[in-house]
Design a protein around this ligand. Structure first.
Ligand SMILES: *Cc1c(COP(=O)(O)O)cnc(C)c1O
Length: 367
């Protein structure tokens, strides 16, 4: 068996220990004689898997008691509609929602939310080609916003918030909503500073198909009448994420990832490793003119590292050589070109070292 180093932005690398355990348990989960995929979501076996997953993610992120942990479907993109459908009803219609436009994913959120609210772009780094988070003191927030939406890690542009912005005072206490799809569980966060946190699983949590939503109690129960019941956070919360059949297998794998994270020392220990991994790669990219990362230092993502070769005619040669060394999925997103290395929790430091070794050798040969 060969395992490559997979730098895909998502679906992304999972911890090998987790995959091995899932393989061992595939045909017979804990003596049940069944695969988790075959279990009733209402049976005691699956309920125990679900309860352990909720308990573990609560512990990992120190989620306060007045927040619900929900497992939904529809991914991050689905949540771009589900969030306004659940939150704008707290205000008279049409409600205003503030957005901080920091890259491709916040752009998509704005476009989708416009179907349900007046979207105010309170700050944007578009003019800077999304190479920095706009400074907090430049944001033009609305007095009575239903909520403020940020994408705390822009997967395509490689920019990440390194702090949690305070927006309450300027907005009449609007809750902060964060799309954390591509860096949730990669760093410690203060959940109490957010109204809603969501993340599609396939970057840093588990397989595609489940979306983790963390929502403060007082923000539940305001869904617009047109909101589909399966996406009404109250329906989902009142039924412990089982109003309809949840993506049981994805929740099971996410639960194994949570256990793995606890064994690694939790989110704080993971964060230290992520800081070290990202520093290795950025330091090397900064040390040579042959490669270039365009993001301002204080906004650089620890998870997604886009970079360009100074001679872009070498791109295909670069990717072919990387593949020979089993370094895969390094091609940048088509909207920005270049290269991108996604180095999520499950990417070991050895993978980053192997990538840097290749970057050096490639430069020696072609630089
Ligand atoms: C991948 C991603 C999404 C979209 O997730 P889907 O599961 O494809 O809907 C949304 N936001 C961010 C920041 C992402 O990285």
């Amino acid at each position: 068996m060969t395992r490559v180093y997979n730098f895909s932005a998502g679906p992304a690398v999972l911890p090998q220990e987790v995959l091995r355990q899932a393989a061992d348990e595939m045909l017979d989960w804990h003596g049940s004689g069944m695969s988790v995929m075959e279990m009733s979501h209402r049976g005691k076996e699956f309920i125990s898997i679900y309860e352990a997953a909720v308990k573990d993610v609560r512990e990992l992120l120190a989620i306060p008691h007045n927040y619900q942990v929900l497992f939904l479907q529809g991914g991050g993109i689905g949540e771009n509609a589900i969030v306004p459908l659940n939150l704008v009803g707290r205000k008279s219609q049409p409600a205003v929602v503030d957005f901080i436009h920091t890259g491709s994913w916040s752009g998509k959120s704005i476009k989708e939310a416009k179907k349900y609210c007046k979207a105010n772009v309170a700050a944007s780094s578009e003019e800077k080609k999304f190479t920095a988070i706009p400074p907090r003191d430049t944001w033009k927030l609305s007095k009575d916003a239903a909520y403020v939406h940020i994408c705390t890690n822009e997967t395509i542009d490689g920019v990440e918030f390194q702090y949690t912005p305070d927006v309450a005072a300027d907005t009449g206490n609007a809750p902060l909503v964060a799309d954390m799809s591509s860096h949730i569980l990669s760093r410690a966060i203060d959940v109490a500073k957010y109204g809603v946190i969501f993340g599609g699983a396939q970057k840093n949590i588990g397989p595609a198909g489940v979306t983790l939503v963390i929502v403060r109690d007082d923000l539940i129960g305001h869904a617009l009448p047109i909101c589909p019941s399966a996406f009404d956070w109250k329906m989902v919360a009142d039924n412990s994420s089982m109003y309809n059949t949840p993506p049981t297998y994805a929740i099971y794998i996410a639960g194994l990832v949570f256990q793995w994270l606890k064994k690694q020392g939790g989110v704080e220990a993971m964060e230290q490793r992520n800081i070290a991994k990202a520093a290795l790669l950025y330091d090397y990219l900064d040390s040579t003119g042959f490669y270039r990362n365009n993001v301002a230092r204080d906004s650089r993502s620890r998870m997604n590292v886009p970079f360009y070769l100074s001679d872009e005619s070498l791109n295909d040669t670069f990717l072919a050589g990387a593949k020979e060394r089993q370094l895969l999925q390094l091609k940048g997103h088509k909207s920005v070109g270049g290269m991108r290395a996604s180095i999520y929790n499950a990417m070991p430091v050895e993978g980053v070292q192997a990538l840097i070794g290749y970057l050096k050798d490639f430069e020696k040969k072609y630089g």
